[in-house]
Write a protein that binds this ligand. Structure first.
Ligand SMILES: CC(C)(COP(=O)(O)OP(=O)(O)OC[C@H]1O[C@@H](n2cnc3c(N)ncnc32)[C@H](O)[C@@H]1OP(=O)(O)O)[C@@H](O)C(=O)NCCC(=O)NCCS
Length: 148
């Protein structure tokens, strides 16, 4: 597997929409972000997007692995790469927002992220369509951070 930066115009939109189901939100932040793509030859395995927020803070805007390849360690490798990439840019903190339940929360906490805040009603006020997972509607968003 090779992980390489790509211009935002070449970001794999369909894949990234698995992590953030709003095309408007994705198109809004991509031009101000850096996208990294994991490939095995011609096969697209996964991708993540980092955005510098100033004052030594970088946000992981999105991370996704192709649906047929999830659960094989590719996401954890991408997350480690994202943490290292942000550190190389002299970040002092990596931040992200995620739902209040689901395997993703364990995925991030296993990598060292800590919950620092709850954004109540975030998914109700920022998305046109309701988002369901495991039959439960996502309403609130957690902010997680990893301090270097
Ligand atoms: C989150 C994501 C990037 C993790 O990538 P991955 O390659 O599946 O991650 P890993 O294989 O390293 O596994 C991480 C853990 O999540 C679990 N997991 C991965 N996919 C899962 C799924 N669809 N359902 C339940 N658990 C899952 C794995 O079993 C593993 O847990 P374990 O170590 O206890 O077995 C990937 O599952 C994904 O793209 N999901 C859809 C998009 C998304 O939700 N992005 C994050 C938005 S906050």
């Amino acid at each position: 597997m090779e992980i390489q930066p790509v211009p935002s115009t070449q970001a794999p939109l369909e894949l990234l929409l698995e992590a953030d189901p709003s095309p408007d939100s994705l198109r809004g932040y991509l031009p101000r972000s850096r996208c990294y793509v994991a490939r095995d030859g011609d096969e697209l395995l996964g991708a993540y997007v980092l955005q510098p927020r100033g004052d030594g803070i970088v946000e992981l805007m999105s991370i996704a692995v192709a649906s047929t390849l999830q659960g094989q360690g590719i996401g954890s490798a991408l997350l480690r790469h994202a943490i290292a990439t942000a550190a190389e840019s002299d970040a002092r903190r990596l931040e992200l927002g995620t739902g209040t339940f689901g395997y993703q929360l364990a995925f991030y906490q296993r990598a060292g992220f800590r919950v620092v805040a709850v954004e109540r009603d975030y998914f109700l006020t920022h998305y046109a369509e309701p988002i369901y997972e495991d039959g439960i509607q996502h309403k609130d968003r957690l902010r997680l951070t990893l301090d270097y």
